[in-house]
Design a protein around this ligand. Structure first.
Ligand SMILES: [Zn+2]
Ligand SMILES: [Zn+2]
Length: 448
């Protein structure tokens, strides 16, 4: 029988991740990692409110002898792990995990389901935090590298500006580093797989609000009013036209109207109707075109019917563009870790991710780790798929050792004795934000 998301139990059938990761990092004991991940899942906190989560992170790091700095971007936590040279060589890389949850009421009923009403780890940031903590413990214990690893536990990824705040408050000035790396679980990619490719990976995130101001009145006397509802409906239809007929079909973009609000009573023509939603795109020129055309559709649409238009367009996050050298390095680490069959090309997604702000300030790369197709679901998992931001989502605990092994592979490859360590000077600039594989564009809902 197929599950509601169209997958058959056991389809994943890849017990590899734990096995692979144990081979790469033999002292991993998965049980405490799973317990920690589930504890974080049971106690989700929204962006900039991660007080318990950051306490847990800081306490774990301190218990392993890792110096901790708190307060960057309010609830952020920084851990510093020096290598066997005590950091004397001056080289450093950063590893970033996000810690926040979403305002979603969880449908799961298993033992580690959210205990905070209306708040849920539906994007797997509990797993991201647990994987980086597991790596931190291993790095502090073995220190098979020279230089410094900066562990970045970031608050508020879900649209509240955590990465932007960390950069603005001097993350990279306080902790100079050669590269910064991020990692996100990706439902639909097989468990045991990892992906990192150069170039655009996540789209920009932008929001809009259009208010159609009409003239209210009696529903029976519509000819005496200026009804904003049919005007708004015309504008909503026109907005789809912008994507379908104004931009080049080779340029990637999505306009989604997600909220339409008007009226309080059946027999009253309201005096206003509000249209809200998001725009995702990769190239700045495309975004400029879409914003201009949306404004024209809204303003001219209102003018045609005697309504007044209020138009607001806010650019929230830039596209996430992996830097060439760092992404190719991460891809080599991945291939060594999981083999060529599980080292996937990273398909660009239309979701967004505020790690983009870090990659604008610092060379680096952002990878995906496959969360599988849902076969990991426990009894009392809510009905529905295991997609990100779904109320039945749960992070796949089988990934924990693999994700930690990826972090360790990056550190030991970049700062260790391996031949893979790149040169210490310079970095290739990030390429232009145009998806190189437009036909392979994936959908997804990580980030804002
Ligand atoms: Zn996320
Ligand atoms: Zn998310």
């Amino acid at each position: 029988m197929r599950s509601p998301d169209g997958t058959a139990p056991g389809d994943t059938g890849v017990p590899g991740p734990v096995r692979v990761a144990r081979a790469a990092a033999p002292d991993f004991d998965a049980a405490p990692m799973v317990a920690l991940r589930r504890d974080l899942h049971a106690h989700p906190e929204l962006g900039f409110e991660e007080r318990r989560t950051s306490d847990v992170v800081a306490a774990r790091l301190a218990a392993w002898g890792i110096p901790v700095q708190r307060g960057l971007a309010r609830t952020g936590v920084i851990g510093i792990v020096h290598g066997r040279d005590g950091g004397a060589c001056g080289r450093a890389i950063g590893l970033r995990a996000d810690m926040d949850a979403l305002p979603i009421a969880e449908h799961n009923r298993f033992a580690h389901a959210s205990r905070h009403a209306g708040v849920m780890h539906a994007c797997g940031h509990d797993g991201h935090t647990a994987m980086l903590l597991a790596a931190a413990q291993h790095l502090a214990r073995h220190r098979r590298f020279d230089g410094t690893v900066v562990l970045i536990f970031q608050p508020a990824e879900e649209g509240r500006g955590g990465a932007q705040a960390m950069v603005a408050e001097g993350l990279f000035e306080r902790h100079p580093m050669e590269a910064v790396f991020g990692l996100h679980n990706w439902p639909g990619y097989p468990a045991g797989s990892l992906a990192c490719s150069p170039g655009p990976v996540m789209a920009s995130a932008n929001v809009f609000r259009i208010v159609v101001h009409g003239v209210g009145g009696h529903a029976a006397g519509a000819y005496l009013a200026i009804d904003p509802v049919p005007v708004a409906c015309q504008i909503v239809a026109g907005l789809q036209h912008v994507v379908a007929r104004n931009k080049s079909p080779l340029d990637t973009a999505v306009v989604s109207v997600t909220m339409l609000h008007a009226g309080e009573a059946r027999n009253v023509i309201p005096d206003r109707c509000t249209i809200e939603g998001t725009v995702r795109a990769y190239r700045g020129e495309v975004l400029d075109l879409i914003e201009r055309r949306m404004r024209e559709v809204a303003e001219h649409g209102c003018a045609a019917y005697g309504a007044r238009c209020e138009f607001e367009f806010i650019r929230r996050a830039p596209p996430l563009v992996n830097h060439e050298r760092e992404a190719r390095f991460a891809a080599r680490v991945i291939e060594r870790l999981v083999g060529p069959s599980m080292a996937r090309p990273q398909e660009p997604a239309m979701a967004s991710e505020d790690f983009a702000f870090m990659l604008q300030a610092q060379a680096g790369a952002y990878a995906f780790i496959g969360n599988g197709d849902g076969a990991h679901r426990l009894p009392d998992h809510g009905a529905g798929p295991c997609m990100l931001h779904n109320p039945s989502y749960d992070f796949n605990d089988a990934l924990l050792p693999l994700g930690a092994a990826y972090w360790i592979g990056l550190v030991e490859g970049w700062l260790g004795d391996g031949a893979e360590a790149p040169s210490t000077t310079g970095s290739a600039p990030a390429p232009a934000a145009t998806p190189s594989r437009p036909s392979a564009t994936a959908t997804g809902t990580a980030g804002a």
